[in-house]
Design a protein around this ligand. Structure first.
Ligand code: TXA
Ligand code: MG
Length: 321
């Protein structure tokens, strides 16, 4: 079992000894280690059971500490950083020699973000190195959004979970790469295309540009162990499954025929940001109930709804028509 606590000194000590610590961010919890240490990087891949061709994100407290880790900071990247950091935006930038090839899976770019969480910013400021921190879930499983999820998923393999409460945003950061001076969205997140466009004026979507590939784009990801069935409208699909032991995740509908404890409404107020905050917690919870199927539906495809639909598509074992 891992200890859950708010002791930054203890987290520092462990990280300086090449141990891993789970850290809170505004998006999801990260599994953190010294980004400049091969031993710590190796532990991250082993603990997460993550394929080694899937590079790690670097977390830093400010732009000054990022500068030595990259070759250059293109103006457009700088503008995005100025607009959204600290925050749920990850930028793919050309890496300097300071960054081990093992961190980036031999790529010459590195993914970087300044997370927006007071405890983790304090921790990053106290450390003499940046942190590598992929989401703190075993590879392919749902990302954790509270300390208890981390404990359940990785508690046997790490010593300490820095307790920053429930993640405010609940969905992984938006990842942006660059082709020439144009931002390319590699993973949808809380920061939307519109948000990026407001700063950059132009944008490309990753699907149209196979050149830059990020492993978070892999088809199957973020999945509960219970089969997740995804559809456009639960009301029309539900009659087919009434004789099965199912759970339901909906935006705000209640279904009389289904056990109230087996259904989760993501936002009674119809607020997509609130729904995003609750989505992984809902999947995590229903996955503990021994259900046959979790039935859910696409969310309105606007704002953060796009990122949620992207995650649902990857989490789904089946899409029903
Ligand atoms: O919100 C987040 O981004 C969270 C929190 C903990 O910061 N982290 C997170 O990390 O989601 P992870 O490792 O689960 O997802 C990062 C994604 C991976 O899919 C990885 O393939 C991609 O970023 N990535 C990392 N370095 C890259 C690079 N140099 N080029 C392209 N993609 C990269
Ligand atoms: Mg992840």
């Amino acid at each position: 079992m891992a200890t859950i606590g708010k002791d930054i000194e203890k987290a520092c000590e462990l990280l300086c000894a090449d141990e891993l610590v789970a850290i809170p961010t505004e998006t999801v919890y990260g599994l953190a280690g010294n980004a400049l240490s091969l031993a710590a990087i190796d532990k991250i891949y082993t603990t997460k059971m993550r394929p080694r061709q899937n590079p790690l994100i670097l977390h830093a407290p400010n732009i000054a500490s990022i500068r030595p880790t990259i070759l250059n900071f293109p103006q457009i990247a700088y503008d995005l950083a100025a607009a959204f950091w600290p925050g749920p935006l990850t930028l793919i930038l050309p890496k300097s020699n300071l960054i081990p090839d093992e961190l980036t899976a031999q790529q010459d770019s590195v993914a970087i973000r300044i997370p927006d969480h007071p405890l983790t910013l304090e921790l990053l400021q106290a450390l003499p190195f940046p942190l590598a921190a992929p989401s703190a879930n075993p590879y392919g499983y749902i990302s954790p959004t509270c300390p208890e999820h981390v404990e359940k998923q990785l508690g046997n393999n790490i010593k300490y979970i820095l307790d920053g409460g429930t993640c405010r945003r609940g969905i992984e950061s938006t990842i942006v790469g660059f082709e020439d001076e144009t931002p390319v969205i590699l993973r949808q997140g809380v920061i939307t295309e519109k948000d990026i466009l407001r700063i950059s004026g132009t944008i490309k979507l990753a699907q149209e540009h196979a050149k830059i590939v990020t492993a978070g784009m892999s088809k199957s990801h973020y999945s509960p162990l219970t089969p997740l069935y995804l559809c456009s409208d639960i009301v029309t699909i539900l009659p087919r499954y009434l004789d099965r032991n199912i759970g339901i995740i909906s935006l705000n509908q209640f279904f009389e025929d289904i056990n109230a404890d087996h259904q989760i409404r993501l936002s009674l107020a119809n607020d997509l940001n609130e729904a995003a905050k609750n989505l992984y917690a809902a999947m995590n919870h229903l996955d503990t109930l021994g259900l046959e199927i979790i039935l859910t539906e696409y969310l309105p495809n606007e704002g953060v709804g796009k990122a949620m639909n992207d995650r649902l598509d990857r989490a789904a074992h089946k899409v029903l028509n």
